[in-house]
Design a protein around this ligand. Structure first.
Ligand SMILES: Cc1cc2nc3c(=O)[nH]c(=O)nc-3n(C[C@H](O)[C@H](O)[C@H](O)COP(=O)(O)OP(=O)(O)OC[C@H]3O[C@@H](n4cnc5c(N)ncnc54)[C@H](O)[C@@H]3O)c2cc1C
Length: 462
């Protein structure tokens, strides 16, 4: 088996390398978690409160955030095969650890995990990518680095029989009994972004690799593959205002700023524009990047005070962060170039709108505002305990939702709903699962479930 990697070896691994390695799966209790981390100590086990995340809940979460548009058959496969796929990954040598830092809050000596997301791969995205390359090569997979597929080779019967590639020595044709496309979306192609996501998206920063330029989509549609899913939709988050145009392998996902449910978000005019506490961050972060992109100067500011500072995730503490601290709201606005009167007025109105309640970051606590638009539906505490903190963010595009249609065997479908012989797809390049939004940790699970199916089908068919 040969795997083509467009990137040179030192930049290998795609967006997978940039992830936090957080992976979503259904489970029925702590025993399921334990089965995936055999080296968990008794002491660690004794402080974990993970609850349950049944398949029905994963399915409902997926449907809720995608406005019930997710293809029911694909959603069902993703959810029902999630735990089994975790066990399979573990049996292949993948190692996981609990998401102590990002998905758990300590309450009374116990870590309460929230939002259906419990585990990450050892070493986060880098660890995930390195482990996968190691396991693949141990199993005899050859890897051609710096080698991009440019065209699919089709025989007269309409079967995929290989790919044309551009590698270090130029163009070549490689024959294959089957071809699996797993080469990402079009997030790194500004022309396709503008064409499909819409005007303005060419200006978004990209969180991951520069190599996912929609090549697989283009070559598959050229031979009649069926486009499917939310082609004008994408996963996009709050990302440091001064982050580079593409991801940085050392910083990886730490330019993201995901603790906004516990603060306020304003634009350069000092106005709020989303309900920061609409839901757990897992269910809002992937759609709020888009909201930021269409604010003036594509900028937003997340504000916190001393009451919420301790809730900020690790990504707020890196040196490469665009932030300011001030003793008054006026000074904070000046430091960040936010309209001073606008911000002062917003904070005054927000503070006056906060209703009393029992604040609890581990649940949807219902502590909300009244009488302002947009409301804040949970975790609404007045911003009144200086020094105040502001973090400047813009839109960071993660991946695009539009893709190819596949069937239950991960075969790529043509425009009349027939499978294209010899052609399979998995990962970001598959359409029909995510629309508008996304439950955090589902991308890696989708790639894993459908990647396993694609590989199995490709092997069966040869
Ligand atoms: C910063 C960041 C953080 C994220 N965090 C998480 C997380 O914690 N949990 C989660 O579930 N998801 C997360 N995601 C989403 C996740 O990265 C994707 O859902 C998943 O990794 C996609 O896998 P993939 O194999 O489809 O694409 P990729 O991992 O991007 O792999 C695509 C590969 O194809 C190669 N390629 C492209 N074109 C060609 C070509 N023509 N020929 C040959 N090779 C080609 C690329 O070089 C790349 O190696 C995150 C993404 C980013 C960017």
């Amino acid at each position: 088996m040969l795997a083509l990697e467009k990137a040179p070896e030192h930049l290998r691994g795609g967006n997978t390398y940039f992830t936090g390695g957080a992976i979503r799966f259904a489970f029925n209790g702590f025993d399921d978690i334990r089965a995936l981390i055999p080296d968990l100590t008794e002491q660690e086990a004794s402080v974990m409160e993970v609850g349950r995340y049944p398949e029905t809940e994963f399915y409902d979460d997926l449907m809720r955030v995608t406005e019930s548009l997710s293809d029911p058959e694909m959603a069902d496969m993703l959810v029902r095969r999630s735990f089994d796929t975790m066990k399979w990954l573990q049996s292949q040598g993948m190692r996981f650890v609990p998401l102590w830092g990002r998905q758990a809050f300590k309450v009374d000596d116990k870590f309460h995990f929230w939002g259906g997301l419990i585990l990450e791969s050892v070493g986060a995205g880098k660890g995930l990518s390195d482990q996968l390359f190691d396991i693949a090569t141990q199993n005899g997979v050859q890897i051609a680095y710096g080698t991009a597929a440019t065209n699919l080779l089709m025989d007269d019967s309409g079967k995929a029989v290989g790919v044309r590639v551009k590698g270090p020595d130029g163009y070549a044709d490689i024959a294959a009994k089957s071809v699996v496309l797993a080469c990402g979306g079009f997030e790194s192609n500004p022309e396709m972004r503008t064409r499909y996501l819409g005007p303005g998206w060419e200006l978004a920063k990209v969180r991951g690799v520069r190599f996912n330029t929609g090549d697989g989509l283009t070559m598959a549609m050229a031979i009649g593959a069926q486009p499917y899913g939310h082609w004008s939709g994408s996963h996009a988050v709050a990302w440091d205002l001064n982050a580079p145009a593409f991801g940085n392998r050392n910083i990886a996902d730490l330019y993201q700023k995901h603790s906004y449910p516990f603060g306020l978000i304003v634009n350069v005019n000092g106005n709020r524009f989303v309900d920061e506490g609409a839901d757990f961050r897992n269910y809002t972060y992937a759609k709020y990047g888009r909201e930021i992109l269409f604010q003036p100067q594509r900028a937003a500011f997340q504000l916190f005070d001393q009451k919420t500072k301790h809730l900020l995730r690790d990504e707020y503490h890196i040196p490469q962060v665009t932030m300011a601290e001030a003793n008054t709201i006026e000074e904070l606005a000046q430091a960040m170039d936010i309209n001073v009167e606008g911000l002062v007025s917003t904070v005054e109105q927000f503070n006056a709108a906060c209703q009393p309640g029992e604040y609890n970051p581990t649940v949807l606590d219902g502590v909300h505002t009244e009488g302002i638009d947009p409301p804040k539906s949970n975790w609404a505490l007045p911003l009144d305990s200086p020094p105040y903190l502001a973090y400047a963010v813009t839109c960071g595009l993660t991946f695009t939702f539009g893709g190819l249609r596949i069937n239950r065997r991960a075969q790529v479908m043509d425009n009349v709903d027939e499978p294209i012989p010899g052609l399979y797809a998995a990962g970001e390049i598959v359409g029909g699962i995510f629309y508008h939004n996304y439950p955090g940790g589902s991308g890696l699970m989708s790639g894993s479930v459908f990647g396993r199916v694609a590989g199995t089908s490709a092997a069966e068919d040869v």
